[in-house]
Structures are given as C-alpha cells and as structure tokens.
Write a new protein. Structure first.
Lengths: 326, 300
C-alpha cells in the first residue's frame, strides 16, 4: 500500500511537471506579452523602454530558460502575482476555489442523489415505459450545450418570471441578518446549481443503469433468483453492491473534473469560481494566474483519479493495489 | 455508401430503430439545406452577410422567415451557414480523431509491451486532464508565433482547420482505447494467427486483418463523437475562441445573445436548438448503429 502511494506520488509530481512545462510553452505562444500590455497602458512609453523592460523581466531570453527560472521560483513556493488583481496568485485563487467547491459540491451531491435511484429503477424495469423515458431524457441531457441550457434558464427564471437573480454570488450588505443572507445565497446558487446538475445528471444515470444491467445479467443473480431470493434482496444485495464499484470510479473521476468542469456555468452566471478565473486569466493575458489555475485544476483531477482507485480497492476486495498496477 | 459498409442486414436493423431513423432523416435534411444555403439565399433574394441597422430584430415575416438578428441579417440564412460550419467541424474532427485513435489503438494493442504501456499511460494522462481550460489556451495561441505567415493565420480557412485540430485533440482518446481493446481480442483469433504463419508483416496484419474487423465499433464511436465535437466547437465558438465572426457558427451566433435576452430572446433559442437537435440526432444514430451492428447486445 505504501509503495503504491509512493509510486502514485511520483507519478503525480511528474504529471504536474510536464503539465507546467506544456502550459508554460502554450502561454508563451499566446498573442502579446506583459510588456505589450504595459505599452498599451502607458502612452509615454518609448520603444527603448520596452526593450529595457523586456531585459529587466527576462522576457528577451528563450522560453525554456524562462521556464527554468519560473520553476525554480515555484519550487520555493513563489508563484508570482496576478497581473489583473495585483495580488499573489494563491490569494486570488483560494476564495475562488472555495466558491467552486460550494457550487460544484452541491450540484454533484444533487445529481448523484437523483441519478443513482433513476439508473437503478431503469435497470430494474428494462424496456418499461419509465426506462424508455429516462433513456430519452439522458440523451437529451448529454446533447444539450451547457451554455445554452444556462441561457434558457436565465431567460425563463430571471428575465421572464423574475424569480431568481441572473448571476453573481450575493447582493447583500454586511448588516443583513444571517437568515436573509443565507436565503440570498441560496437564491444565487439556484440557477447555476440547476444548470450543473442537469449537465451531469444524464451521464451518471446512464452509467448507473449500464452497471446495474451488467450486474443483473451475472450468474450469481440467476442463482439468487433460482434459490428464491426476493427481488428486493437480489436487486440491492446481489446486483447493487456489485454495480457500485464501477459507478464509484466514474463518480470519483468526475469529481476531480468539477474544479474546471464548472467553467461554462460559472462564466454564464458570473459565479466567481476557479473555472471563470482561469478563463478570464487566459483572455486577459494574466499568465501567472492562468498557469497556476490550470495546475490546481490538474491536481484536482489527479486527486480524483487516486480517490477512484482507492475507492475501487475498498469496494471490491479482489482488487489489490500494488505498485505495478498504478 | 453507408449501406455498403454496414451490410444489408445491419442497415435494415438500423432503420427499424425508430429514433435513429428519424434522426437520420433530420441529419440528411440539415446537411442538404446547409449545403444548398447559398442557392436558397439566391432564390429568396436575401444576403445573410449584408448588415442593415434599420432592420434589426425584425419579427419573422415572408421576407425574413425567422426574423433578423442584432445586425439586421436574415436569421434563417445565418442558421444554415452556421450549420454548415458546425457540422463540417464536427464531422471532420471526428474523422481525424478516428484516424489518430485507430492508429494509436491498433499499434498499442498489436505490438504490445512497453510501447503499449507508454501509449496507454499517455492516453489515460490526456483523459485525466482538465480539457476545456487547456483547449481554451490552445485556441488562444497566436499561430504567427509558431511561424505561420500572418496572411494565412488570419484567413477563414485557417481558423476552420485550427478548430478541427483542436476538437480532434480530445476526440481520439476514446477511439484509441476502444480500438486497442478490439485489437487485443482480434489478435488471438485464428485468422490473425494464420496471417502470421504465412509470414505477413505486422503492418499488413494491423491494417489488412485487424482494423477492417474493428470497423463496426469504429463507426459507432465516430458517429457518437461527431455530436460531442459539435458541442465542443459550439462551446469554444461561444466563448469567442473558435470560429470567428463574421463567419457564422451555431456557437458564435449565441455569443452576444445573453445581453440581448430582453430585446430578442429568440436569438438565443434558435442556434442552441439546432445544436441540441443535431447532437442528439448523431447520438441516436450512433445508438441505433450500435444495436444494428451488435444484435446480441442487451439494449432496447
């Protein structure tokens, strides 16, 4: 087990190192550089100043050399400043990470709570009308563009009906009592959570249904039925426990993706989260913020993968974790 | 052509799948309409590239079938033009991913060993990346810094090729895994061994014996990925990083829609509805193909 974790840790560090290099090079290929932005912000700047500044910031050096310098600083915990916020990158990202976890966490819990029963119900009644309907809705769910779903929900609930705010996190002042503040927060959460839930729900339901159908087809289910076990026991004891392992894996995998997966939803609803921060950092040439944001998102998916593997071994005792399987 | 690839029996099974049949008809109509868009525009006497600020937000009428957009252009024609671009990107992206994925999958599966381990680790690595933000970075890079001449870099064709490559970067992973799995099972079959015994080279076995036998699942995976890639293209275009205006794509037609929800909510409905219907149609056809090609599978 310890050897397994050590191997995974080495892998994680390696992946992050490769990722940081790739992203650093990609960002180096984006239009303009920080000095161009300074020039556009300061009309008194001359071209000699630009040359001098490029030299001072080390931007005249080749990309690889700049990456080495960046990595040297990053390894000492110095991740640099965000250009657009004028604050250290981690100070900018930390509250946004929490906002994303709040939004994505609620949506994740909600979609799992709906998807698992739906998938099990559909698998227990294959070819029934309910199964057909669930399947149809799942197809609709995976085919709807998330940003369009958000647009429709905003049109209906914010523009036409005026029930819910179209974006933002809160419109309260500090003196608002806590219960009003909570209600306000929930009102702002409603539409983004709904969007994200609808987006994720269908995939999870299909996985659950597929895994249950697969489990119900196994010999041990036939044996259980043959010896007269009640259908409820067959379903929950024999089939569900066996279908759980692959489903848990998928859930853990997608949980890691939530940090960046909410990008569209956050952007549509001006929710100040990680995805929106990364997207804006890329648009505004905020190199440090984009780079660290992407690395944080990658770390989250890697942790999700690790949880998936550990969870699989925990649910299914036949799976042993050795360094070789990593 | 499709009938020839599938065989007559699979084809008739596909047509018995109601949703797949309806979807297929819908897709054929969409493709024909969007290809014939310039012709239709000529017949109707409207020019979808012509802006007219005195005719903004016109309601649907005999002249403008679905009304006009925020720049006074005919919405119906723009939708057809956008559809041509979106479907072209989706289909060519899916074909490119199929080629890439099939090459990687068959090589990994047939040659095995270290190469297999490396290729599959790489595939798993790509799958586990936060793809959307990364693709946004890739879409934002300046081709001129890669040595592409400025003239070419700003041309419309280049931006089209570029988005096809970008969406294909995500699509190949599923195909590679699938083809590898198929290869592993086909590798152990008698016809492969017979070919080996006759002294066929690995390339010949991979491309003449294994890949043709994996065509079925390859077709299913490609069809389904067309839908996924159209979604991805529309997302990137919506964010302003895909197809650039004034060229229309369903995604970039929605870019300004959020600010115009009060003035013209229908501008936000139509392009999204077409993306939705096209993607779901590709998914239904993929589902139908899967059933048609593998009648034993326990599905509806």
């Amino acid at each position: 087990m310890n050897r397994y974790l050590a191997a995974r840790a080495v892998q994680t560090v390696l992946t992050l190192a490769i990722m940081s290099l790739v992203v650093f090079l990609l960002i180096g290929l984006m239009p303009g550089d920080p000095i161009d932005l300074m020039i556009s912000g300061d009309p008194t700047m001359k071209s000699e100043d630009a040359v001098r500044l490029r030299k001072a910031y080390g931007l005249d050096k080749p990309l690889m050399e700049r990456y080495a310098a960046w990595a040297f600083e990053a390894l000492q915990g110095n991740f640099g400043y965000s250009r657009s916020y004028g604050q250290p990158v981690l100070t900018v990202l930390w509250p946004r990470l929490l906002n994303t976890l709040l939004l994505a966490g609620i949506a994740f819990a909600l979609s799992v709570a709906i998807a698992l029963p739906l998938g099990i119900w559909a698998a227990a009644h294959p070819r029934s009308r309910a199964d057909y309907l669930i399947n149809l809705l799942c197809f609709a769910g995976i085919s709807a563009p998330p940003f369009w779903l958000a647009l429709l929900l905003i049109t209906l609930f914010a523009v036409k009906l005026g029930w819910l705010p179209a974006g933002g996190m809160a419109d309260i002042r500090p003196e608002t009592p806590w219960n009003a503040a909570l209600a306000d927060q929930l009102r702002h959460l409603a539409l983004p959570v709904l969007t994200l839930t609808l987006v994720q729900l269908s995939g999870y339901t299909r996985f659950m249904r597929g895994a249950m159908i697969e489990a119900l087809r196994q010999d041990y289910v036939r044996t259980a039925r043959a010896k007269g076990a009640p259908e409820r026991i067959v379903l929950w004891h024999h089939a569900f426990t066996n279908a759980l392992a692959p489903v848990l894996t998928i859930l853990a995998l997608s949980f890691g993706g939530l940090v960046s997966g909410a990008l569209i939803t956050e952007t549509m609803f001006s929710w100040p989260g990680m995805g929106k921060a990364i997207y804006q950092a890329i648009l505004e040439n905020d190199y440090n913020l984009a780079l660290i944001g992407l690395l944080v998102a990658t770390t989250a998916t890697i942790v999700g993968n690790l949880l998936a593997d550990l969870g699989y071994a925990w649910v299914d005792p036949r799976v042993s974790l050795s360094a070789g399987t990593a | 052509m499709t009938a020839a690839v599938l065989g007559r029996r699979a084809w008739s099974r596909l047509l018995r799948h109601h949703l797949a049949r309806v979807s297929l008809i819908f897709l054929v109509v969409m493709v024909v309409l969007s290809l014939a868009a310039p012709l239709i525009a000529g017949l109707r006497g409207v020019d979808p590239t012509q802006t007219d600020l005195f005719r903004r937000f016109e309601p649907p009428s005999g002249q403008f079938w679905l009304g006009t957009d925020d720049l006074g252009r005919d919405l119906f024609q723009r939708l057809l033009d956008g559809g041509r671009v979106s479907m072209l990107v989706g289909i060519s992206g899916a074909l490119l991913s199929a080629v890439l994925g099939a090459l990687i999958g068959v090589t990994a599966g047939y040659l095995g060993g270290r190469l297999d381990a490396f290729l599959m680790r790489f595939t798993d690595g790509v799958i586990s990346l936060p793809l959307l933000p990364l693709l946004i970075v890739v879409a934002a890079i300046d081709p001129r810094k890669l040595g592409v001449p400025a003239e070419l870099a700003q041309s419309e064709t280049f931006s089209l090729y570029r988005i096809v490559v970008i969406v294909a970067l995500t699509g190949w992973t599923t195909v590679a895994r699938l083809v590898r799995a198929e290869t592993l099972s086909l590798k152990a079959r008698d016809f492969t061994r017979a070919a080996q015994a006759l002294g066929a080279t690995p390339e010949r076995i991979m491309f003449r014996h294994i890949l043709p036998n994996a065509t079925g699942s390859l077709i299913v995976a490609t069809t389904i990925s067309v839908g996924a890639l159209i979604l991805l293209e529309s997302t990137l275009s919506f964010l302003g990083l895909g197809i650039q205006p004034p060229a229309a794509s369903w995604g970039n037609m929605l870019t300004g829609a959020q600010e115009l929800l009060q003035a013209a909510p229908m501008l936000a409905v139509w392009p999204g509805l077409l993306i939705f219907l096209t993607v779901i149609a590709f998914n239904f056809v993929g589902d139908g193909l899967q059933d048609a090609l593998d009648p034993r599978s326990e599905r509806r």
